[in-house]
Design a protein around this ligand. Structure first.
Ligand code: SF4
Length: 361
């Protein structure tokens, strides 16, 4: 059985579009803050099917894209240490740092290995006790529990050759920062996967503080159109609040076990986001009780940072104020094969989404 088929049903899609078109529309801006949503919208061409009054903006929802250049530089510094291997998920390997990417550093002799889970990282550390493994941990509330669990296991097993270089981030503070900056966002499409862990309550403060509507959406065409319909209704009626469209995975309370692991291992900290700068309480820092496995505590490295690549608009794109097609490098100097900026690297990056589905422009 294909579980996605009902959520791509053409009849339902037509009905939802007709319902949206019947609303008394005015120009509105809706921002999605999940790279999975950005990709799905472009892949299904939903932005073209919607009436012109509804503009979809892509926000800071791609974990690789929001990771600052110096994080890559420090990861490279770890990979160049003797008897040390830098472990990371695939997309990060190709993100340009200030000087080179992890992939380029690997070609020059640095020890970099792509892994698919934190359990694989632990397994490597167990098998080679005389070698050090540093896991470069990025991502939002969706991937952070896996890192937290690995830290707990390393602690229980006293696995002292495993370290985490942590740059996990949390979504609500970045979304608040965009609204506080005065960006014209009428409503948010909430990140479905993040909320499967955190629950919809994650956004209570954002909605209360800024009186903004938010609909937590699934990832198929029917999910997204239904979410746009619900959100547009709320915007037109000047309603704030949270609705959950993605009910098959998201509840108000989320996954309490995962939340408890996160709270035990991490504490909030100020994090620097590419394009958005430093945002208080938007990062996850490894607590002192796990400092023995914190790469920044046990193995500090320093790098000299440089400005973002000339002409790259990633910072503005992540805020939703520019579109990839406005960048002079788009599709010329910058392609998924030869990315200039992070937004073209990741399969969830806005520039790559625009590039991959240009026929839907
Ligand atoms: S097209 Fe490339 S250079 Fe331009 S903003 Fe996107 S990632 Fe940066």
């Amino acid at each position: 059985m294909n579980f996605t088929t009902p959520f791509r049903n053409q009849e339902l899609i037509r009905t939802l579009l007709s319902q949206i078109n019947k609303l008394k529309l005015r120009p509105i801006k809706i921002m999605e803050v999940c790279g999975g949503h950005t990709m799905a919208i472009r892949k299904h061409g939903l932005h073209q099917l919607l009436p012109s009054e509804i503009e979809l903006l892509s926000g800071p929802g791609c974990p690789v894209c929001v990771t600052e250049q110096t994080f890559v530089d420090k990861a490279i510094a770890y990979a160049q240490l003797p008897k040390t291997t830098l472990l990371t998920y695939g997309d990060l390997v190709r993100v340009p740092g200030c000087y080179q990417s992890l992939s380029e550093a690997r070609s020059a002799g640095a020890s970099v290995e792509v892994i698919y889970s934190t359990q694989q990282a632990l397994s490597l550390a167990r098998k080679q006790p005389n070698h050090r493994f540093v896991f470069a941990a990025i991502g939002f509330e969706t991937t952070a529990p896996g890192t937290a669990l690995a830290l707990q296991q390393a602690s229980v097993e006293k696995l002292n050759n495993f370290l985490v270089y942590c740059a996990h981030k949390t979504m609500p503070e970045a979304m608040e920062a965009l609204v506080a900056d005065g960006l014209p966002i009428d409503g948010y499409l909430g990140p479905g996967h993040v909320c499967s862990i955190t629950g919809s309550k994650l956004f209570d403060r954002l909605v209360a503080r800024y009186s903004i509507p938010l609909v937590i959406s699934g990832f198929e065409a029917v999910d997204l159109l239904q979410s746009v319909f619900l959100l547009t209704q709320m915007i037109l009626q000047n309603e704030s609040g949270i609705q959950i469209q993605y009910r098959r995975l998201v509840s108000p309370d989320g996954n309490r076990k995962a939340q408890s692991i996160l709270n035990e291992v991490f504490e909030p900290c100020t994090a620097t986001w590419r394009g958005l700068g430093a945002i208080p309480h938007s990062g996850l820092k490894i607590r002192n009780t796990y400092a023995q496995w914190d790469a920044e505590v046990m193995l500090p490295v320093s790098v000299h940072s440089l400005p973002d690549p000339k002409g790259c608009l990633c910072g503005e794109i992540l805020k939703g104020i520019r579109k990839p097609t406005e960048c002079a490098h788009f599709g010329k100097k910058c392609t998924p094969e030869h990315p200039v900026g992070a937004c073209m690297v990741s399969s969830e990056g806005t520039c790559q989404a625009y590039y991959s589905y240009q026929q839907t422009e």
